[in-house]
Design a protein around this ligand. Structure first.
Ligand code: SF4
Length: 620
């Protein structure tokens, strides 16, 4: 084979499955897409922008779901076993991208596939088995109605391969809850309703057992040396040590100290019971052991036991920061065990914990303000902190029972049901805002406003990266540590550059908790593919991937006039570290358009920018 036709980083094969016609095919990875978008989410977006239209209903057989690994997956690179699930979101009707850890991605690659493209809709409830090259669609009515744990067990029994890896949905996805997620080995692809897309196709899950496929590496020695030095560098950082010791629960007190943690549905800056949900309390009362995704030296996952008079559970996955905030401080619930049970319920049903908790917290707020009553919420008492009622609402959501049918459509639907102004609802571009307060770091206003999938904190973790105290140095890609309360051009350029850099992570597909300096990432990419990129090339590559997702949204009919932040997220708090602070987001937004060379009227890049990024000619 001619070297220019040889693949590096990828196997070169995509599995395409049409559930309507029950056919399976293999198509080749496109070299030019790989070069321009790296793989992962960038590759998926380039594929989907050609195949999905503005009028494609997300929960129809016309929608397409792409599961993609990245070019680092299956190599020795640390924290590289993640994969993405992309489609048109049934929740936002925009770009859907859900990033997931665990071991499914590497197993798929070992089976000889870089990704799976799923089209159509099966007539019957079914699952897919992949055993090396043998791929089958299996009809199975009995698997429907089962939760994620039961489904994983059933599928593993069926394939009879103990080392196989399962990806599946719970009742949330089956019942088309708009923010249903997909589980793979206890890790979740959340936020954008990918579980509902799978459910709409009558597809309960996929089980894969790999063979011995491995991606080629152009310069194996340099690649190995780079991964070694990255590993050493990252493991010596304080943040990696904290993540290892506490997982993301360390973020509770860190966020509280900055005024970043939402309290009482975004209205308060302090809470006297905060220590009850702290990382220390979590470690002391619940933690059994850590767990790690494929080739991850950090291991931020938590396995916990719960044992008190009200709640008991053995060796279940522990809640992450976002879940603790959502089911804890957002509704003034200081019962950490109940938060862990809420997490477990969401994990079993396959519900995104941010959207579930934020929608439930909105009901708590309305109830406590006397704007809804018991009759509106199936007789439940939603006084602040009522953990039992919170758990009931999760169950109702998964099964769409009573008020759960409204919650399953998300916060904006709750607003509509009870005639609440959108200014009081903490969503941006439909999606519930994750639990990092933009009044603590103004960069988060831009992150949420311009995230391609609706309000998302992982698109640019400005809430960490822009702080002067942050130990990771992104200055080489022009992400400067800055005054997080300034409405400055520097804050805009740094946030925007961080979005571009994280877009590279979305294509690689790498974990945002693993942060070597950008030069190391560049060296790794060069060693893998044999490129000669400098850091400016890396910046352009990231900007191209980020901008491509913007084009996807414009194609879906995105109107830039809808870029709006509701008042509830802007109203200055009267206490806490971020008191009296609020971003001037309209000013920041104007700077942002100028910095990106986008047209504020159309919302799209200028033709000059499209040309610079090599995106001219893409129809959107
Ligand atoms: S840091 Fe945590 S989420 Fe990231 S790859 Fe490691 S275990 Fe998975």
């Amino acid at each position: 084979m001619n070297d220019k036709d040889k693949f590096y980083g990828v196997i070169g094969r995509l599995l395409t499955i049409d559930l309507s016609s029950q056919t399976v095919n293999i198509e080749s990875i496109k070299h030019d897409y790989l070069k321009k978008y790296l793989g992962g989410a960038g590759y998926a977006c380039r594929y989907l922008i050609e195949h999905i239209e503005e009028n494609t209903p997300p929960l129809s057989e016309e929608n397409i779901l792409v599961i993609m690994t990245g070019p680092l997956c299956g190599t020795s690179a640390p924290s590289s076993g993640r994969f993405v699930i992309c489609s048109k979101s049934p929740y936002t009707k925009l770009w859907a991208e859900s990033n997931c850890g665990g071991y499914f991605g590497p197993e798929l690659k070992k089976a000889g596939f870089d990704g799976i493209i799923i089209r159509g809709k099966s007539e019957n409830h079914c699952y897919i088995t992949i055993k090396g090259n043998k791929v089958e669609i299996i009809k199975d009515d009995k698997v429907w109605g089962k939760d994620i744990q039961e489904t994983s067990e059933r599928l593993k029994e069926k394939i009879n391969e103990p080392q196989s890896k399962v990806l599946c949905i719970g009742q949330g996805g089956e019942n088309l809850v708009k923010f249903a997620n997909i589980c793979a080995d206890g890790r979740f692809a959340g936020r954008t309703g990918m579980g509902a897309v799978l459910g709409s196709k009558n597809l309960k899950g996929i089980i894969v057992k790999g063979k011995d496929y491995k991606p080629n590496i152009k310069n194996p020695k340099t690649f190995k040396d780079t991964t070694k030095s990255m590993m050493k560098e990252v493991l010596n950082t304080e943040s990696a040590k904290i993540m290892r010791n506490y997982g993301t629960s360390a973020g509770v007190m860190g966020a509280y100290a900055k005024g970043d943690l939402p309290i009482k549905y975004w209205s308060k800056g302090t809470w006297e019971n905060i220590m009850e949900i702290s990382g220390d309390k979590y470690k002391e009362d619940l933690l059994v052991k850590n767990y790690a995704c494929y080739r991850c030296p950090i291991g931020c996952g938590r396995i916990i036991n719960i044992n008190n008079e009200n709640y008991k559970a053995n060796e279940i996955a522990g809640p992450e920061y976002e879940t603790i905030a959502g089911f804890g401080s957002m509704i003034l619930n200081d019962n950490l065990e109940s938060i862990a049970i809420a997490n477990d319920l969401c994990n079993r049903y396959g519900l995104d914990t941010i959207s579930t908790s934020s929608s439930i917290a909105l009901l708590f707020k309305l109830y406590n303000e006397g704007r809804i009553n018991k009759e509106d919420v199936d007789g439940l008492d939603l006084n602040w902190g009522n953990d039992k009622a919170m758990l009931e609402l999760i169950k109702k959501t998964a099964h769409r029972e009573g008020i759960g049918d409204v919650i399953a459509e998300g916060s904006n639907a709750i607003g509509k049901e009870f005639n609440i102004s959108h200014e009081e609802i903490a969503t941006i571009n439909t999606l519930e805002v994750p639990y990092h307060d933009m009044r603590a770091c103004y960069g988060m206003a831009l992150t949420y406003l311009f995230s391609p999938r609706g309000a998302c904190h992982t698109t640019a973790d400005a809430y960490k990266a822009l702080y002067k105290a942050n130990e990771i140095d992104f200055s080489s890609i022009d992400v400067k540590k800055t005054d997080v309360h300034s409405n400055s051009k520097e804050l805009v350029s740094s946030t925007s550059n961080l979005q571009d850099y994280r877009a590279i992570y979305s294509s690689l597909v790498s974990c945002v908790f693993f942060n070597p300096i950008p030069k190391q990432m560049k060296n790794l990419i060069n060693a893998l593919f044999g490129y000669k990129f400098n850091l400016n090339d890396i910046k352009i590559l990231g900007e191209r991937i980020f901008t491509l997702k913007r084009l996807f949204n414009l194609k879906m009919g995105w109107d830039p006039d809808e870029e709006h932040i509701p008042e509830i997220l802007l109203k200055p708090k009267s206490e806490g570290t971020a008191r009296r602070k609020t971003p001037d987001y309209k000013k920041l937004r104007n700077y942002y358009y100028k910095f990106r060379d986008w047209d504020i009227k159309t919302g799209g890049p200028t033709s000059r920018k499209l040309k610079l990024l090599g995106l001219e000619g893409i129809k959107y």
